[in-house]
Design a protein around this ligand. Structure first.
Ligand code: MN
Length: 251
């Protein structure tokens, strides 16, 4: 398979480099990723400054753009053809619940899905001591299973892997997005010139107990797979809004 790897942790991140090595046997793997960390940049694209691509050799490229820029440049400029698979990650840290709105990792995979390519966002549920080699075994398993099936178009698979040895993962669970509970902490400090500055410090360690959600699955030791798509319409709310805003000519 022709596979594109990208991420939001930057080209030097152990997560992408370990995955590149693990997935290279039997596949043609290209890496196009931001030159430095762009975590939490979501799906930003760069419109007002020039984008550069640096060829580091051996199908490894860095860009001065965002994760979404990197995938766009990869698909339109760098790669020799349309890849069979886009993988973003392996991210150091989870992307579950509301995280997916902020995540550059998910955005990179979403860009792949927008272009009609099967795409995975892969994140490791830890804060430190990441077991990337173990996580790669899970990714290889997922890629092998996906090889033989036609995925629904314009969806991506958001994968969150428990940060434990491969053999200790309890199994797969196809999940829905959960909901984190943020403590809302914003820390105020005073700078050397006497002005206030602020640091967003909400931890989001707690989450709502939603059965079958990504947060609960990973908490129980399962590998979570959440299919995502980008129709954000709330179909359930449409009738309520139609009551408020009846569709009448001339109003
Ligand atoms: Mn990241």
């Amino acid at each position: 398979m022709l596979i594109l790897l990208s991420n939001d942790d930057g080209i030097d991140s152990q997560g992408i480099l370990t995955l590149r090595e693990a997935i290279s046997p039997g596949n043609e793997v290209w890496v196009v990723a931001p030159e430095s960390e762009r975590t939490c940049i979501a799906h930003a694209i760069t419109l007002h400054k020039p984008l550069r691509i640096k060829d580091l050799g051996d199908r490894l490229f860095s860009t001065n753009g965002t994760p979404a820029d990197s995938v766009l440049l990869a698909l339109r400029v760098v790669l020799p053809g349309k890849p069979d698979l886009v993988i973003a990650g392996i991210n150091k840290g989870p992307n579950m619940g509301q995280d997916v709105s902020y995540s550059g990792t998910v955005a990179a995979a979403k860009e792949g899905a927008f272009m009609g390519i099967a795409s995975l966002a892969v994140s490791l549920n830890g804060r430190s001591d990441f077991l990337f080699s173990d996580a790669c075994l899970s990714v290889l398993d997922i890629v092998e299973r996906m090889r033989s099936v036609e995925l629904p178009p314009h969806t991506l698979l958001n994968v969150n892997i428990p940060n434990v040895p491969y053999g200790e993962i309890r199994g797969f669970m196809v999940t829905s997005l959960g909901k984190r509970i943020y403590n809302g902490n914003i820390i105020e400090r005073i700078d050397p010139r006497g002005g206030a500055y602020y640091w967003i410090a909400g931890d989001g360690e707690r989450f709502e107990a939603i059965e079958g959600s990504d947060l609960q699955a990973v908490d129980k030791g399962f590998l979570s797979l959440t299919p995502l798509h980008w129709d954000l319409t709330s179909y359930a709310a449409m009738s309520a809004y139609r009551e408020i805003f009846p569709q009448e000519e001339g109003t």
